[in-house]
Ligand binder design. Structure first.
Ligand code: IMP
Length: 433
């Protein structure tokens, strides 16, 4: 099956954009299938940095088709801003290069307001969301109160959808701030966005199947990471979609049997943004160093990321439930200059040592990682890119071999810098045979 999935196997920000950008020349179609403008995929090409939130990372390559599947929640303003921003960079997005599912749900202004309100209510649960309205939009989808892209083209129907969605929400908004949403205004704005988006709207589920039937190569571009998956992540400190493998069939609208190979993207260390347990976190000088050297600040919100050692227990969990075939290991250069490196290989919980990732958030918050210590290397890795994988310092290669053993799948790609040239491949082709 000529398809590849690229999924983050940590808490997001693993460098998926870069890996997808590298795979795009050999692909025909790139599909986003979950998440929304909470994602921030950074691509450095020809000395220019591009951050994409909704448009798939393949867009920077001419002649490719990028699809936004039904499982994505689309903020029309964010999408149109992104299309305009790309045009200003000389990347023209056309309906031939980008299609948006008619079944995708629309992030409405009241979703963003509700997201921000929930995060700020005293006594409420603070997740540390990106404030992009993701949770409330997915909640409305499941509660059957959502507005879909196809609804934007039918004013009467759109009005009824918005009315139903606002009944409960306006009660809350009025109680909290005496400000509520005017149905007519919301409908007018949404319909105007619909007019601008209309040329891009398509049945993307059919387009993916047609592409695969025609022998074209398809990349499924994950957003966030498996540990933020709504079912298998660190619930409730997760995003509101299936950021693991399950998001693909549902959110791209294809049979799971059509997913050919799964590449799990992981950094050589670990980061997370927002609240929630992070067993291998280093709230110390080492964590600060990783943040500074790795420039670990959110691409979407600018928030400093929490940093720590690679967690093989969490990675094994992600690799197992996502069926990961191989790993793309990123930002290995950030580890240069450390005397020693640590990897969490098990957890201590109460009196026992466990090697599985607990479901209970209280257990996860209580675990103590069992670390294995490995020698570091002093050399900068950037120049090694010219030498290929074998040009890496022996300690760096040993570290990679250790991770392969601890996680149980091979590392096929190693990124040692931001640019396109800094990606070392250990396989002739990541595509399935
Ligand atoms: P939401 O997706 O905005 O609802 O945020 C829920 C959690 O997921 C928060 O901890 C966010 O920081 C995290 N999150 C959402 N998107 C990303 C991402 O693209 N990278 C890293 N963390 C993310």
């Amino acid at each position: 099956m000529p398809s590849l999935a690229v999924i983050g196997i940590q808490w997001g920000d693993e460098g998926k954009g870069k890996i997808i950008d590298a795979l795009t020349p050999s692909a025909d179609v790139i599909v986003r299938y979950q998440g929304g403008a909470n994602a921030g995929h950074t691509i450095v090409a020809d000395g220019r940095t591009t951050v994409l939130h909704l448009v798939p990372s393949g867009v920077l390559h001419a002649g490719k088709r990028c699809l936004i599947g039904n499982g994505v929640v689309v903020d029309p303003q964010a999408l149109l801003d992104e299309i305009d921003g790309l045009a200003a960079q000389g990347v023209t997005v056309t309906p031939a290069s980008l299609a948006v599912s008619e079944r995708a749900h629309v992030v409405m202004p009241y979703h963003k307001r509700l997201d921000q309100l929930r995060e700020s209510l005293p006594g409420g649960q603070k997740i540390g969301t990106t404030g992009r309205g993701i949770g409330p939009c997915y909640a409305d989808k499941i509660a059957r109160l959502g507005v879909r892209i196809c609804d934007l083209f039918d004013p009467e129907h759109l009005r009824r959808r918005v009315e139903s969605a606002l009944v409960e929400k306006n009660l809350l908004f009025r109680a909290h701030s005496a400000f509520d949403f005017d149905v007519d205004e919301v409908v007018r704005e949404a319909a105007a966005y619909g007019d601008r988006l209309r040329p891009y709207v398509a049945d993307t589920s059919r387009l993916v199947d047609d592409a695969l039937d025609g022998g074209e190569k398809v990349v499924f571009e994950g957003a966030q990471g498996a540990l933020l998956d709504i079912d298998f992540g660190t619930y409730p400190y997760v995003t509101s979609s299936n950021a693991g493998i399950g998001g693909i069939p549902v959110g791209a609208g294809i049979s799971p049997a059509r997913v050919g190979r799964v590449i799990g993207v992981a950094k050589g260390y670990a980061t997370r943004v927002g609240e929630g347990p992070f067993p291998s976190e280093q709230r110390n000088a080492l964590g600060d160093r990783l943040r500074e050297v790795g420039r670990e600040f959110g691409a979407t919100t600018g928030r400093p990321r929490r940093c720590g050692w690679f967690d093989a227990v969490a990675a094994r969990h992600a690799v197992r439930f996502c069926g990961v075939d191989a790993i793309a290991l990123t930002k290995l250069d950030v580890l240069s200059g450390l005397d020693e490196l640590k990897v969490a290989v098990a957890y201590r919980l109460g009196g026992s040592v466990i090697d599985r990732f607990p479901a209970s958030i209280r257990d996860l918050a209580a675990v103590e990682p069992v670390f294995e210590t490995l020698p570091g290397w002093r050399e900068a890795l950037g120049p090694a890119a010219a030498l290929g994988y074998d040009g890496l310092p022996a300690a760096a290669r040993d570290y990679i071999a250790f991770l392969e053993g601890a996680v149980g799948v091979p590392v096929e790609m190693v990124s040692v810098g931001a640019g396109r040239e800094a990606l070392l491949l250990r396989t002739a082709s990541p595509w399935p045979d």
